[in-house]
Ligand binder design. Structure first.
Ligand code: XMP
Ligand code: MG
Length: 183
């Protein structure tokens, strides 16, 4: 699949699976007797992570999705965020855990945290599968991090380039020829 577009596999399917299990265990330990957790997945990138995480979590959780778009180029964000799809429910008094695919500059997440905090949840934390080193440029409190990865554009397991590659079961770095060929 996508022959030649992936320069290298950064995180294998098995490594993702093991990490999701490990993150779910940590969350399970941190939220004893909290009632149903409310997982907020950020569309579309976090879809695979969300569905795998929810099934790996030993306690009941409810699933909500939000879609945001940050203005900027296709490979970097500006921090100006627009809600494309809001939550369907009120989160006041709920224990909310945001599930993110990747934190790059941190600008999108920083905006999202402020937006959701204003809705008065009982608690609000972030669990991201991937984080790039640039994330330290904006101070966003991220409780759970799957993998810190190098500053390369990655795709797969929900992450896209121009809506492609989301369906890859692993995370790979995209061969730069893909975004320089004009395809
Ligand atoms: P910021 O910079 O606001 O960006 O933390 C977060 C969003 O940018 C996208 N993003 C990527 N998407 N491969 C992708 O497919 C990447 O390497 C990558 N880096 C950032 C992503 O939508 C994320 O939510
Ligand atoms: Mg994207």
């Amino acid at each position: 699949m996508y022959d030649g577009d992936i320069a290298s596999v950064l995180i294998s399917e098995q490594q993702i699976k093991d990490k999701v299990t490990e993150l779910a265990k940590q969350v399970e330990e941190d939220y004893p007797n909290s009632g149903d957790l409310l997982l907020v997945g950020v569309l579309k990138g976090a879809v695979m992570f969300m569905t795998d995480f929810a099934r790996a979590l030993p306690q009941p959780a409810q699933l909500e999705f939000m879609a945001v778009s940050s203005y900027g180029s296709s490979t970097s964000s500006s921090g100006v965020v627009r809600i494309l799809k809001d939550l369907d429910r009120d989160i006041a008094g709920k224990h909310v855990l945001i599930l993110e695919d990747i934190i790059d500059s941190g600008l999108t997440l920083s905006w999202l945290l402020k937006n959701l905090q204003a809705r008065n949840p009982a608690s609000l934390e972030v669990c991201t599968l991937l984080r790039k080193p640039d994330a330290v440029q904006v101070d966003v409190p991220v409780r759970y991090v799957g993998f810190d990865i190098p500053n390369e554009f990655v795709v797969g397991y929900g992450l896209d380039y121009a809506e492609r590659y989301r369906d890859l079961p692993y995370i790979g770095s995209l061969d730069p020829k893909v975004y320089t060929s004009g395809a």
